[in-house]
Write a protein that binds this ligand. Structure first.
Ligand code: ZN
Length: 199
């Protein structure tokens, strides 16, 4: 069963709002997606589009089948660590003024190679670890099948101004493609005000 807080969304009102909106404090809020409602308690709700996870899902299925979950985790970590080492090793090649005495000092061309290889390794590490996380996150809580959850409607975001920054409360609506069990998954992130002012 899906629990829905009826106070949160009123999809009929304020549908014509454009990207910019003023909240009750008079501050301007920039939001890229559809705004559905402005709530009296100084928060704004809007929907995100359903995420396309085709790449990470296909990669996750492929790599976990080929190596097994444990090896994917180990390789992911190795890639992250060697990627970081490689990027750090290149730093002295680019900064003449600031020299990191504890790091090697390669000629610029070798530094560039270290930097590129490092970035590739870092990206590979992130993709490896994310593919494991994706597998875990999409395993059905009821029937236990892997790669089961799909978003069946747009995730809902509610933004609240807090002292630390804008807190984004996100609700994802997921349905198992096998047993059709529906769940809501809530998470949040806080965007500090300094980052927002650059937008
Ligand atoms: Zn299921």
């Amino acid at each position: 069963m899906i629990k829905q807080n009826k106070n949160e969304v009123n999809t009929n009102s304020n549908y014509n709002l454009k990207n910019n909106k003023f909240n009750s404090n008079g501050g301007e809020i920039h939001i890229g997606d559809k705004i559905h409602q402005e709530i009296k308690d100084n928060s704004v709700s809007y929907e995100l589009n359903i995420q396309d996870n085709t790449f990470i899902e296909n990669f996750s299925k492929y790599i976990t089948k080929k190596l097994g979950d444990k090896k994917v985790a180990i390789w992911g970590l190795i890639e992250l660590i060697t990627g970081l080492i490689s990027v750090f090793s290149s730093l002295n090649s680019f900064f003449d003024n600031i020299s990191f005495t504890w790091l090697p000092n390669f000629p610029k061309t070798i530094g560039i190679i270290f930097l590129i290889v490092g970035i590739i390794l870092l990206l590979a590490g992130v993709v490896f670890l994310n593919s494991l996380k994706y597998k875990k996150d999409t395993t059905c809580e009821k029937c236990n099948k892997e790669y089961a959850y799909l978003q069946y409607k747009n995730p809902l975001v509610r933004e609240v101004e807090t002292r630390e920054g804008t807190r984004k409360n996100i609700i994802e609506y997921l349905e198992c493609r096998y047993c059709h069990d529906k769940i809501e998954r809530k998470h949040h992130k806080i965007i500090p005000y300094e980052e927002e002012s650059d937008i």
